[in-house]
Design a protein around this ligand. Structure first.
Ligand SMILES: Nc1nc2c(ncn2[C@@H]2O[C@H](COP(=O)(O)OP(=O)(O)OP(=O)(O)O)[C@@H](O)[C@H]2O)c(=O)[nH]1
Ligand SMILES: [Mg+2]
Length: 154
C-alpha cells in the first residue's frame, strides 16, 4: 500500500531546538549552526512518510514562514520553555491561527535545563496542546514519533 507524504513544519524562535528535533527524527547528526531559510528533512517508517520543513527561527527569516508552512498537515511550534520564549511563542501562536487545514501543537523543549516552564504551564499560556521534550536525548525519539503520529493519524 502506498503511504502519502505529509508535510510537517517546525516553527519557533532561533535556537529553541527545531533542527535538533528534525535530526532526531531523521537519525542524522544535529546541525551545529542556525538554519538559513529552511531545511527540509524526511521521516519514513511503515505507516508514515513525512517531509519535515525545519524553518530558520532568526528574525530575518520569519517573514518567509507563511510561505514555507503552506500545505502543512501538522505545525509544531517549538519553544525552549523559558518564560521569555514562551511569550514570544504566544505571539507566533496567535499568527498561526490563520493557517488553514493544519493541526497546530507546541513542543516545550529543553526540559533538562533549570528554571524552565513545564509542558502544562506552557500549554496554559499558548492555548495549544503541548508536549514536553529534550531534543538532545536520542532516547526521546520514540516519544517524538508518537507525538507526531497521534496528531496526524486521528
Ligand atoms: N539543553 C538542551 N539543549 C538543546 C535541546 N534541544 C536543542 N538544544 C541545543 O540548542 C541549540 C540550538 O538548537 P537548534 O536545533 O539549532 O535550534 P533551532 O531552533 O533550529 O535554531 P534556528 O535554526 O536558529 O532557528 C543547540 O546547541 C542544541 O544542541 C534540549 O532539549 N536541551
Ligand atoms: Mg535550525
Amino acid at each position: 500500500m502506498q503511504i502519502p507524504t505529509v508535510k510537517i513544519s517546525l516553527v519557533g524562535s532561533g535556537r529553541v531546538g527545531k533542527s535538533t528535533i528534525r535530526s532526531m527524527l531523521e537519525g542524522t547528526p544535529a546541525p551545529n549552526g542556525a538554519t538559513i531559510g529552511v531545511d527540509v528533512g524526511k521521516f519514513v517508517d511503515e505507516d508514515l512518510k513525512a517531509a519535515i520543513f525545519d524553518l530558520g527561527g532568526q528574525a530575518r527569516f520569519q517573514m518567509m514562514w507563511d510561505q514555507f508552512m503552506r500545505g502543512s498537515k501538522l505545525v509544531m511550534l517549538v519553544t525552549d520553555s523559558s518564560r521569555e520564549d514562551v511569550d514570544r511563542a504566544k505571539r507566533i501562536a496567535d499568527n498561526l491561527q490563520r493557517m488553514k487545514g493544519a493541526k497546530i501543537i507546541a513542543i516545550a523543549n529543553k526540559q533538562d535545563e533549570a528554571n524552565k516552564l513545564n509542558a502544562m504551564q506552557v500549554e496554559k499560556i499558548l492555548g495549544l496542546k503541548t508536549y514536553p521534550m529534550v531534543a538532545t536525548e536520542a532516547i526521546r525519539r520514540n516519544a517524538m514519533v508518537s507525538i507526531i503520529k497521534e496528531n496526524l493519524l486521528d
